[in-house]
Design a protein around this ligand. Sequence first.
Ligand SMILES: Cc1cc2nc3c(=O)[nH]c(=O)nc-3n(C[C@H](O)[C@H](O)[C@H](O)COP(=O)(O)OP(=O)(O)OC[C@H]3O[C@@H](n4cnc5c(N)ncnc54)[C@H](O)[C@@H]3O)c2cc1C
Length: 334
Amino acid sequence: MSNVNGPGARAPFDSLPEAQRASDADELDVIIVGAGPAGLTAALYLARYRRSPLVLHDGASRALRIPLTHNAPGFPDGIAGSALISRMTAHAEAYGARLEAAEVETAAFRDGVFQLNGGGRTWRSRALVLATGISLHQVDLPEAEHEAAIRAGVLRYCPICDGYEAIDRAIGVIGCNENGAAEALFLRRYSSDITLMPLSHSDLSPAQETELAAAGIRIEYGALRRLAPGESRIDVVLEDRETPLPFDVVYPALGCSPRTKLAVQLGVPLSEKGCAPPDPRSSGVEGLFVAGDVLEGLDQISVAVGNGAVAATHAHNWLREKDGQSLQCRKAAQ
Ligand SMILES: Cc1cc2nc3c(=O)[nH]c(=O)nc-3n(C[C@H](O)[C@H](O)[C@H](O)COP(=O)(O)OP(=O)(O)OC[C@H]3O[C@@H](n4cnc5c(N)ncnc54)[C@H](O)[C@@H]3O)c2cc1C
């Protein structure tokens, strides 16, 4: 039977669903890179579409670092990020998704097939979902001390996530620039005790300084020398100041880098902010779908879950279309 649907396509309905072809590991229907909320939701949906998705991940979901999230819908008492990821993993695996720990180093797209490599291994698939997240730009602390400060809640990176938990606290914001100023103003709704401090120097304009002063936000100008996190407070040592400034919580506003290495290798153009585009197929990489923080937008669990579901459904319908399993005979537009 000739294959009318192009390279990589299968004949309509002539084969068992992927879920029943466990030995066909050579070229999978779909691989997902990323086992955070976006990738695991995509895996759950694709497994329930009977696609046996393979999830590759390097163990660095940002969600694993959340001590207790209070804005994940359905968990009014909060849930630890690690517990949420365990539940989401078990949920996807229960329907047949497979997870493998591996850092994917390279990605290529040739003749309608994605080829991924990492740690001396190769994986191939017809569709690919990138849910690779972002890397935070962090303050300079030894890793163990940094993560302990996050667990203690004295060092936080996302006011949208946990500004509510900082109500009426003494809050320090690091980053005397537009980002830092915007973050300090965002937090002003939660506390009247807010101090903005530079990492190295201040880039604030006089107009921005006036605006911050009008909102009751203090500005310190000495460069950051050292952070000393404790169990319930964090001291900030600034240049030219003898005594450290004590805070209940410090928010570094230092930005992030989307993890787009694989998207770039696949030839996908990034947005001005360096994020992956929502529909990479428009740039010619057929079968590529993207979800989660790596996209431009609100970096939140609920958003990652939502567009993980969307990416999975688009990938599944695209595969159905390639395989002639979608409705061919549509009414002409009226
Ligand atoms: C301290 C902290 C607290 C937070 N609190 C909240 C909160 O309260 N509420 C909220 O909604 N959000 C919170 N967030 C943000 C939330 O964690 C993210 O929005 C969410 O994890 C995004 O999901 P994602 O799947 O897009 O990315 P991630 O969860 O970051 O997952 C990315 C995945 O991609 C994988 N990956 C990337 N590149 C490769 C590669 N080359 N090879 C293999 N694997 C790769 C990683 O291993 C990881 O599995 C918080 C984040 C942090 C750090």
